[in-house]
Design a protein around this ligand. Structure first.
Ligand code: ATP
Ligand code: MG
Length: 261
């Protein structure tokens, strides 16, 4: 199991709007993402969920505070150290980001060709085994345009898994998928997480579906991050914006005893 957790200590991040006013995304935020577990990040559109992932990856820099990945302070990391740290991550972004001119096989093989010294034969064996695991065998010579949305996600997932990541980041991994496929993707995540044991961070709007896999839930709103040790704990929160979120995503029934007070 991965022993790489993540910690934010007093992390600050702001942007400036076109009119020059400041937009605070993270206002001295503190949280821990436990190693080998699944953390779901929720919050309204534009609140900064994707920015938070970019900070974790070192693709964006915090204005203040510290971010630790596996105990290393990445806010101090530069160049090579940062590159080295990034090899620990598998990332699945919204559009799957496959290369349209490459086949399924070539897309999945890419990280192995670029980052390892494996032979063609070793690569072939590994890639075909992954495609088999993700039920993509028989489609290896197709191009992304010839795949369904769910298949594309699975190809993106296969590619993200090739370098045996310690941490997997998923940014709205089921966007554009139908409800059945969404469930299937989440079942696959649960299964893979159990097998590989990586630390998993999932940004998602699929509430409550994604809660089946969540160990910890975080909710980002107006610069502050609320952390709940379980989806259940979130349901009993007294904070107005959390209650509103729970009501609209999970139905009033969960908090009916609170509403009556
Ligand atoms: N490079 C940037 N420069 C300026 N503003 C930015 C930059 N990146 C993001 N933002 C702003 O930060 C805010 C948060 O963006 P982010 O993409 O993290 O939102 P999000 O929570 O992922 O939303 P969604 O659910 O719609 O994906 C947005 O208002 C966005 O305009
Ligand atoms: Mg986003």
């Amino acid at each position: 199991m991965s022993n790489m957790g993540i910690e934010f200590k007093n992390v600050e991040k702001s942007f400036f709007r076109d009119d020059g006013s400041e937009q605070v995304i993270l206002d001295k935020v503190n949280f821990k993402i436990p190693a080998g577990k699944t953390t779901v990040v929720a919050g309204g559109s534009g609140q900064g969920k994707s920015v938070t992932l970019k900070l974790i990856l070192g693709l964006m820099r915090a204005d203040g505070g510290q971010i630790f990945v596996g105990g290393n302070d990445i806010t101090m990391a530069r160049g090579r150290t940062l590159k080295e740290l990034r090899t620990k991550f598998g990332v699945l972004f919204q559009g799957s980001a496959l290369f349209d001119s490459m086949t399924v096989f070539e897309n999945v093989a890419l990280p192995l060709r670029e980052r390892t010294k494996k032979t063609d034969n070793e690569i072939k064996t590994q890639v075909l085994a992954s495609l088999d695991q993700l039920e993509l065998l028989g489609h290896e010579n197709k191009f992304p345009a010839q795949l369904s949305g769910g298949m594309r996600k699975r190809v993106g997932l296969a590619r993200a898994l090739q370098l045996e990541p310690e941490i997997m980041l998923f940014d709205e991994p089921t966007a554009g998928l139908d409800p059945v496929m969404t469930l299937e993707i989440y079942q696959l995540f649960a299964q893979l997480q159990e097998q590989v044991g990586y630390t998993s961070i999932i940004v998602s709007h699929d509430i409550p579906k994604v809660f089946n896999l969540a160990d910890q839930v975080m909710y980002l709103n107006h610069g502050s991050m609320d952390v709940f040790p379980s989806p259940d704990a979130m349901q009993w929160s007294q904070k107005p914006h959390i209650r509103e979120f729970v009501k609209t995503t999970m139905g009033e029934i969960y908090q009916s005893h609170l509403v009556e007070q």
